[in-house]
Ligand binder design. Sequence first.
Ligand code: CP
Length: 315
Amino acid sequence: MEELKVKHLLGIKELSKEEIQLIFRTASHFKEILNRPIKKVPSLRDVTIANVFFENSTRTKLSFELAEKRLSADVVNFSSSGSSVKKGETLLDTINNILAMKVDMLVIRHASPGAPHFLAKHVDANIINAGDGTHEHPTQALLDTFSINEKFGKVQGKKVAIIGDILHSRVALSNIHALQKLGAQVMVCGPITLLPRHIQKLDVKVELDVRKALEWCDIANVLRIQLERQQIKYFPSLREYSLYFGINKKLLDGLNKEITIMHPGPINRGIEISSDVADSEHSIILDQVENGVAIRMAILYLLAAKRPDYQPELT
Ligand code: CP
């Protein structure tokens, strides 16, 4: 059986092109199952998974939980609000207490970059990064590139512009790694204050004019302004940001081509994207969400298959 080389999914940086393609093939299989009347398979029936979220989430949390349940895993959910973290318990103590209850795999979202990497060094369970601060969000990048592959039949050669708050975005970094490994060309676009100073070192094109970015790309992945991570003002007002960097129908109608619109969510309608673009026929935003379940099933299945004590069936 083909398998991942990694024990944990910490970031896209650690995955090879071949491993990403294996995840895609496995996700395609699970997507076919998800479209059957009976969507559940017994593949992870003896595996217990904890979803440990120290930051808010709608899509990632529900998508992981559904993926786990569709694979027949036993699932427990932890949210830092209302937990003993508030009483001063350390991250490692919290995790070790969860793992003491015979948990095999841990899905973690944390505000601190590197938190999943730290845990991977200290615990035996498989760690899956569901977003670590401004660092990486590997499952988001996998579902994004899977969605591009599904729509175009390939990622190789596609021109993808990532537009918005690149500085605070874990989605941007994971997408840059995934797109480049799969042979796409990547551009980042946003106000200069929201572009990391050394972004060129990642071998991406940089554009400050959103119209030029749209003229260049086949696909625009529009990112949210992450106000919750901004300690200072990076632009004068949201109104001004929307005026200069918001993606709206008038802007798209002015291009002499059609481009595909993506967004990882949550959307701030009327700020980085207008409703008539988010809800248009060119938007694949809800396809991304749908594909997230199959991608997460694939990752859970492939990581469980690496456990010495367990050989899950693909079914
Ligand atoms: N895309 C994403 O990570 O969304 P959530 O924060 O709702 O999980």
